[in-house]
Write a protein that binds this ligand. Structure first.
Ligand code: BGC
Length: 757
């Protein structure tokens, strides 16, 4: 067996952050010394007076009286400087110790200026843009009184049946970690006491993205090795970036619900990772431990606080039972003091202990919210999130003078542009695709027809319309809708069909077992393809879809997710070539649901499926489907083309304390200027635990003029080649590594180097 090198950096870093976490803040200690047990428990209580989105069955009651009694540490679902000032006044003037409140909110993709859904934004692979988006969201939200955000959601997800895949950054731990860091840095800035920064919450710790069968809130069962190597890195990256709080997940981990899991919240998060902030439960997730089979409310609340959970969201289990548990010796007062200290420290970090009204500046909303500059950034972000999935017959980009038949249920629709988890956005302010096309190409001749309903199924529509009319079934028959669209199509130069999922077909509690485009729209798409006219499908969804059928049609496909408030303008910018699409998928798109869970980082197995894709008996493959996805991770086309040449390593060997350069020359070989996400993948050929077939280790987004070439370098050190071994030590192991540099994960290895001891 090869020798193993354990990192001492980890131990050193750990030591430093543990020390940091132990530093005491005089104002906090003074407050603590004055607090009764009840007041300490009060700080651990997070309530929502309603007005926001209630994702559980409970909404808090008598919030004002509870704040006055010192029974509340924070609230969410309250916004505007005036309302926040009122809430803070109640806390500061009417409670005995006058401790201000944390004011939380879910600002998942922009505040009032709604961005593309996070899965879309991740497809930009543009860390600076993602960070800027988080900064802009912080500026808008804090202008409206909010100081604490329940984002970023960094759950690795490889199962597109799960609706919340929309809220994350896809399937890969490396990319997911970079995005987690960018978002935390964007929200929190350099100094949390500045009024335009807010505290971030990394969620949902942990493994929420791997529920069995893709059904939301379902159980998760996973080996520690898989957790450490594949699912935990983004949470850790957020902790390393200094995230202020961590939210637990609804699922169990090794048979223990996350909100009561001591291994997770104390051994791993605090002791191993050195996290010094506070941990908040998810919405009533402490109470839900009763249904998980962990005992009654007193038992689960005691279990949660003893595990290391500091704040109880909405369920009031802490408020109503912890005192009794202390009296009965089931929870120590010291445990409660520790949790209270962490909440007070957060308030100190935010500057609230000095100025409770720091986020109640009435002049800010007008200056900071929904400004032209913010909308411009949202438009840019949307264009960067789009992924060109299929090109056909040089239809794209469109001429600005074209005669266009614009059809589809999402073509002139404001209700579905913002995407899931955008309760702070206003659908009425969003730009529909029809309007965007008119803005960008005023000389184009555009005719519009709906063509189809998102779904013809009234009972399905009812389930999806919980937050507003997302699926509206027209009075006309499906046949009449279709005929109208086909009549327009016949008289046009080109057909643009905007189709896909309504907003609430993804997101929380929106899992699907069938991830195809609904039948009502498939019919329209098939008929349009038969007209012989050039067709562009503009596809909206909150998840990877099974579009095997559509990929085989003679059409172009541009994936635009749910693009946000500037949807129409951004789609038009790309359709007419003002921006050349550069997004790359951050999930593998399956050929069928039977392949799920599917991701590019799979292990080879002892009996790898044949490379030809042809079925072979006694190999790891299917009788009725290839192993490969329909569209691989990292995939995305451009109006131009890129060629990769001269892929090489600066040396055949890498010393343990040295570095090596892996490089490629990338040339824009097509007819348009464009941007390319250059990706580096490696394969550790021999390891003490079975390695993935390939792993993303670096990426760079570059701009290339038509005909231009650039050399792209990746500096690699032994640190970059580490993984967790079976003892869960973070190590590298000497030996041969293969690599490739390409524009997608499905390329062949074309270089190698040796890592020396
Ligand atoms: C979600 C969280 C969210 C919380 C508060 C829950 O249902 O899982 O992501 O932060 O509600 O709105």
């Amino acid at each position: 067996m090869r020798k193993i090198y354990v990192s001492i950096t980890l131990i050193l870093c750990l030591g430093v952050s543990v020390l940091k976490a132990q530093e005491r803040i005089p104002e906090v200690e003074e407050l603590l010394s004055k607090m009764t047990l009840e007041e300490k428990i009060g700080q651990l209580n997070l309530l929502t007076p309603g007005g926001g989105v209630a994702t559980g069955s409970v909404v808090s009651e008598d919030v004002e009286a509870k704040i006055k009694a010192g029974n509340v540490g924070g609230v969410f679902g309250v916004s505007s400087p005036e309302k926040v000032r009122q809430a803070q006044e109640i806390a500061v003037k009417s409670s005995r110790l006058g401790i201000p409140l944390l004011i939380g909110s879910d600002i998942i993709h922009g505040y009032k200026t709604t961005y593309p859904i996070p899965l879309g934004l991740s497809s930009s692979w543009d860390m600076e843009l993602i960070k800027q988006g988080a900064q802009m969201a912080a500026k808008e939200a804090t202008a409206d009184g909010i100081n604490w955000n329940f984002s970023p959601m960094v759950d690795i997800a490889r199962d597109p049946r799960w609706g919340r895949i929309a809220e994350g950054a896809g399937e890969d731990p490396y990319l997911g970690s970079q995005i987690a860091k960018a978002m935390v840095e964007g929200y929190q800035g350099e100094d949390l006491t500045l009024p335009a920064t807010m505290m971030a919450t990394v969620k949902h710790m942990a493994l929420y993205g791997a529920p069995e069968a893709g059904r939301d809130y379902n159980s998760v069962d996973m080996s520690r090795l898989k957790m450490f190597n594949e699912y935990l890195p983004p949470y850790k990256a957020a902790v390393d970036a200094g995230v202020g709080s961590v939210m637990t997940s609804f699922n169990d981990i090794d048979g223990i619900p996350a909100s009561g899991n001591k291994w997770l919240l104390t051994d791993l998060l605090r002791e191993r990772w050195g996290f010094g902030g506070f941990v908040v439960s998810d919405y009533t997730s402490v109470n839900e431990m009763i249904a998980h089979g962990m005992g009654d409310l007193q038992a689960v609340s005691a279990m949660a606080i003893n595990a290391g959970l500091d704040m109880d969201m909405v369920g009031e289990g802490f408020l109503t039972t912890l005192k009794k548990s202390v009296e009965e010796g089931k929870v120590s007062e010291e445990q409660i003091t520790k949790a209270t200290r962490r909440i007070l420290e957060a308030k100190h970090k935010l500057g609230l202990l000095k100025d409770p009204y720091l986020y109640s500046d009435e002049s800010r909303p007008e200056k900071d919210i929904l400004t032209a500059e913010n909308r411009q950034l949202a438009r840019k972000a949307a264009t960067r999130s789009f992924v060109l999935l299929k090109k056909h017959d040089n239809t794209l980009p469109l001429a600005k003078s074209a005669k266009i038949a614009l059809v589809g249920p999402l073509a002139n629709n404001k209700n579905n542009m913002l995407g899931t988890w955008a309760p702070t956005g206003n659908p009425e302010l969003s730009v529909p695709i029809l309007e965007g096309i008119k803005n960008v190409a005023p000389k184009a001749n555009i005719q519009y027809a709906k063509g189809a309903n998102i779904s013809n199924d009234t009972s399905f529509a009812k389930k999806v319309n919980v937050f507003g009319p997302r699926v509206q079934i027209a009075d006309e028959s499906p046949e009449a809708l279709l005929k109208e669209a086909l009549d327009l199509a016949k008289n046009s130069d080109v057909i643009v069909a905007v189709v896909g999922e309504a907003t609430e077909m993804s997101g929380e509690a929106a899992s699907r077992t069938d991830i195809t485009i609904p039948d009502s729209q498939k019919k329209l798409i098939n008929e349009l393809a038969k007209t012989g006219k050039p067709v562009v499908l503009v596809l909206m969804s909150g998840r990877p879809l099974d579009i095997s059928e559509e990929m085989s049609l003679p059409v172009n496909i541009l994936q635009v997710w749910h693009p946000g408030v500037e949807a129409g303008n951004a789609v038009a910018d790309v359709l007419f070539g003002d921006y050349n699409p550069s997004g790359k998928l951050t999930n593998s798109w399956p050929r069928n649901v039977g392949q799920i869970p599917i991701h590019y980082r799979m292990k080879t197995t002892g009996r790898p499926g044949p490379e030809s894709g042809e079925f072979q008996k006694f190999k790891s493959n299917y009788l009725d489907s290839p192993n490969s996805p329909l569209l691989p991770f990292g995939y995305g086309l451009s109006y131009t083309t890129f060629e990769y040449t001269d892929v090489k390593a600066s040396s055949g060997s890498l010393n343990a304390n040295g570095s090596i350069e892996l490089s490629a020359t990338v040339t824009n070989t097509g007819d348009y200027d464009g941007e390319e996400v250059v990706q580096l993948y490696i394969h550790d050929k021999v390891r003490s635990v079975t390695p993935p077939g390939k792993e993303l280790k670096g990426f760079q987004k570059i701009a290339l003029k038509k005909g231009e070439s650039k050399k792209v370098n990746f500096k690699v050190t032994a640190e970059d080649l580490k993984f967790y071994n079976s003892q869960l030590e973070y190590v590298f192991e000497p030996g041969e590594f293969e690599f490739f540099i390409a524009g997608s994960s499905d390329a062949d290895f074309n270089g190698s180097f040796n890592l020396k001891k």
